[in-house]
Design a protein around this ligand. Structure first.
Ligand code: PLP
Length: 359
């Protein structure tokens, strides 16, 4: 039996996508091989790879002057790659720290240049997005984390850096809402939240930002290396890219990003409305900064939270425990989480509240 999986990542994939992969697992398109076995230089894989790149371009409406890279090392490797590629003119960058991943990116960048904290929401345990930023004049870029997976916040409007180069970590909200790529210098995402199994990271970079990077920038961290080779400089994570391609085909069939955005807004609306109207559950994020993808909530009683997680699991609602930094619960409701899954969760929350608030 399949469960509703609320994991923050790796996370659910659409059933149709898994079934399609299963159908062709032993013999892909008459090749007599699995995609998991074939050469990354084969004609079959080449078609998958190119279709994956073109689907990203089409679904995200990526302008011609941007390159799309498929790389390894996770989103975390870009924490190093970003300063190494971009700190080339002034050696300076501004960072906004809105959570754990933002902080890791900030710390990584500190190794490579003059890095300034332009804003932080650490004072209130990352429950909001700082709106007033202390931006410097001469920098190479401004860095943000657009959706904060652990704390459940997101940007609803983007800051405009004086450098003209906004770098954004969109790991947990890529393809979930319409984004205007032309507003960014670089956006990137580990695939395992909203796109594919773990193993591939999508990096979308404006062409003028692709160069040799800082002196000593390792070949494999240099965006130019993969940009010049259509991301086939070395062996790519073929199977993850194949799954990403199938998932994007599926998304396109559903009507694309604007359609899934409507569904995501509906799902998040249902859950937040229920939480806001309940006496037992609380979400501490400032309302206008709430994430559509990750919904943390607590009962205010640690033992009751633990019991919730346990009973939810017995009811087929799994991986709903909050991150250890936050505690409580977190429902990650990415693209692949059906409306039905959110409704089931709310039904369970109602029942649990009735059973546990009588006394
Ligand atoms: C999951 C996540 C990361 C880390 O991704 P890895 O692929 O595990 O390195 C970074 N940033 C955000 C916003 C994430 O959600």
């Amino acid at each position: 039996m399949r469960v509703y999986n609320f994991s923050a990542g790796p996370s659910m994939l659409p059933l149709e996508v898994l079934e399609e992969a299963q159908k062709s697992f032993l013999d892909y398109n008459g090749s007599g091989m699995s995609v998991a076995e074939m050469s990354h230089r084969s004609k079959w894989y080449d078609a998958i790879h190119m279709e994956c790149l073109s689907l990203i371009r089409e679904l995200m409406n990526v302008p011609d002057n941007y390159k799309i890279l498929l790389v390894q090392g996770g989103a975390s490797q870009q924490f190093d790659a970003i300063p190494l590629n971009l700190l080339t003119k002034t050696g300076r960058a501004d960072y906004v720290v809105t959570g754990n991943f933002a902080k890791k990116a900030y710390k990584a960048a500190l190794q490579f240049g003059d890095i300034h904290l332009a804003g932080s929401s650490e004072d209130k345990t990352y429950t909001y997005i700082p709106k007033e930023l202390d931006l410097r004049d001469d920098t190479d870029y401004l860095y943000i984390t657009q959706n904060n997976t652990i704390f459940g916040t997101r940007y609803t409007s983007l800051p405009v850096p004086k450098s003209g180069v906004l770098v954004s970590d969109v790991s947990s909200n890529i393809l979930s809402e319409v984004m205007d790529v032309s507003k960014y210098g670089v956006m990137y995402a580990g695939a395992q939240k909203n796109v594919a199994p773990a193993g591939v990271t999508i990096v979308i970079v404006r062409e003028d930002l692709i160069g040799d990077g800082m002196k000593g920038c390792p070949t494999m961290l240099k965006w130019k290396t993969q940009a010049d080779a259509d991301s086939l400089y070395n062996t790519p994570p073929c199977f993850a890219i194949y799954m990403a391609m199938l998932n994007m085909r599926h998304l396109k069939k559903m009507g694309g990003v604007s359609e899934i955005q409507k569904i995501n807004e509906y799902k998040a609306g249902l859950l937040y409305d229920f939480i806001d109207n309940s006496k037992l559950y609380k979400n501490y994020v400032v309302r206008e900064d709430r994430s559509m993808m990750n919904v943390p909530f607590v009962t205010g009683d640690k033992d009751l939270d633990a019991q919730f997680v346990k009973e939810a699991e017995q009811n087929g609602l799994v991986s709903i425990k909050g991150h250890k930094l936050v505690g409580g619960m977190r429902a990650s409701i990415y693209n692949a989480m059906p409306v039905e899954g959110v409704k089931k969760l709310i039904e369970f929350m109602k029942k649990f509240e009735l059973e546990h608030s009588a006394n």
